[in-house]
Write a protein that binds this ligand. Sequence first.
Ligand SMILES: [Zn+2]
Ligand SMILES: [Zn+2]
Length: 134
Amino acid sequence: MRITGGCHCGAIRYQVEGDLIVHALCHCSDCRRHAGAPMVGWAMYPEGAVKVTQGEPKIYASSEDGRRHFCANCGSGLFYINEKMLPGIIDVQSGTFDDPGAVPVVVHIQTAERISWMERAHELPSFERFPPQE
Ligand SMILES: [Zn+2]
Ligand SMILES: [Zn+2]
């Protein structure tokens, strides 16, 4: 299966062709702060499966060995590589897939750092668009 994706502004495009290892929702504080979001979806692949087809991501060292690749123009987070902890592996921020539903997410990780209210977020009142205005 071929998956395509890119950043919000379109400067960076990539394609993925290979076998998914795991698709996880990460609750760690590094992901949260870098994305500015309560959690981040990561689709993990062998490094060779992902090819940047347009543009060049900027690389940010978010920890000693962690490298976060993002678009320097619009700020979208794209990839995570950690050659020490996860050699030969690339994590793709699955929210940047053209079809973000392409591969189902199967696991929550780093829940030790999860925001307390995230645990029951799926139970909150939901609106297809916005709550009715009074
Ligand atoms: Zn961009
Ligand atoms: Zn994380």
